[in-house]
Design a binder for this molecule. Structure first.
Ligand code: AMP
Ligand code: ZN
Ligand code: ZN
Length: 306
């Protein structure tokens, strides 16, 4: 197995690209691939300031490193959910801190306990759907924080495996609302920061190889509350198909990005109101986030004064 570029012995082989690379050319290949995604989907203008949401996992750490290497002004953002079972949040936080220190990336840690005096497990005692509440909480905080910083966009570490599996799940349900929103970029709108997924075309194996090459040490702990990894079965299905047909996963997702306008024409957005507590768009006021974390009461629960 020889490097496609220099013919030296290869370190990795990527059947989906019908290519193998040595260390140096693996690095160059990965950077070029992500730079292509950034340009093709207009994720960021040159030298833009970008908030990268860091979970401590390899995907988001690689996202931050690649964007920095491509010349963007990266700011790390970690939300400490206060999940101490299995040392999950403390270990995740430490992975982010060590990574950011090693790569000279500024890091903002947002602690739910410090900001609201409560943590996700404490909230979950009252509200049973922990993963849904946690997801909503993270999305709200990331959006509110990115808008506050005035950065060009918020980047997350979603990978090709995530994008293909989510697309497949949405197709199974013919969920047109989500099928309209599966691109690597969601444009900024009033009250919504621009959201980007720079690794949307990179597979897990490419990301693992790049993380290893740069000595990235992701957190080992997994969330003890998550029953199983998201879309685990669909990801396994794609990987088994991929063995017989290398490149299938990428072709499936790229084909979608060419056809996404068909779904966008179909959907109408549910009407939104402005949350009177945080001032952001929401389905109702106060928004679910403010009701849960900021103790806001539902407007229709306030007794009318006569
Ligand atoms: P997940 O939904 O847990 O698979 O995470 C998807 C993406 O959300 C990750 O790649 C990160 O970019 C971001 N993310 C997840 N957890 C956190 C966290 N605690 N703080 C900041 N960003 C996070
Ligand atoms: Zn080479
Ligand atoms: Zn609100």
């Amino acid at each position: 197995m020889k490097c496609r570029v220099c013919k030296a012995p290869a370190l990795v082989k990527f059947p989906a690209h019908n290519a193998a690379f040595c260390e140096e050319h693996l690095d160059a290949f990965f950077l070029r691939q992500v730079a292509h995604t950034v340009k093709k989907y207009r994720l960021l203008p040159p030298e833009a300031r970008v908030v990268v949401a860091l979970s401590g996992g390899k995907d988001s750490l690689v996202t931050a490193l690649v964007l920095k290497r491509l010349g963007y002004r990266v700011e790390g953002f970690f939300i400490d959910l206060g999940i101490t079972e299995g040392n999950f949040s403390p270990a995740s936080r430490q992975a982010c801190e060590e990574f950011c220190a090693a790569h000279e990336i500024p890091l903002k840690v947002f602690s739910l306990h410090e900001e609201f005096g409560r943590t996700v497990p404490e909230i979950a005692r009252r509200y049973p759907r922990l993963c849904a509440i946690c997801g909503m909480t993270k999305r709200h905080i990331m959006n509110e924080y990115t808008l506050k910083t005035g950065a060009h966009a918020l980047a997350t570490g979603h990978t090709l495996d995530d994008m293909a599996a989510a697309l497949f799940a949405n197709l199974l349900r013919w969920d047109l609302h989500y099928l309209a929103k599966g691109l690597p970029v969601l444009p900024a709108e009033d009250g919504f920061a621009k959201k980007i997924k720079p690794l949307a075309l990179q597979s897990e194996e490419e990301i693992i190889a790049f993380a290893r090459l740069h000595g990235i040490k992701p957190v080992e702990a997994r969330c003890p509350w998550a029953a199983e990894a998201k879309f685990k079965r669909y990801k396994a299905m794609f990987n088994s198909l991929e063995e017989k047909s290398p490149g299938l996963k990428r072709a499936f997702y790229e084909g979608y990005t060419k056809n996404v306008h068909r779904f966008q024409e179909e959907t109408t957005r549910p009407p939104l109101v402005t949350c009177k507590v945080c001032g952001l768009p929401a389905a109702a006021s106060p928004c679910t986030f403010c009701r849960i974390w900021r103790n806001a009461i539902k407007e229709d629960a306030i007794p009318a004064v006569t």
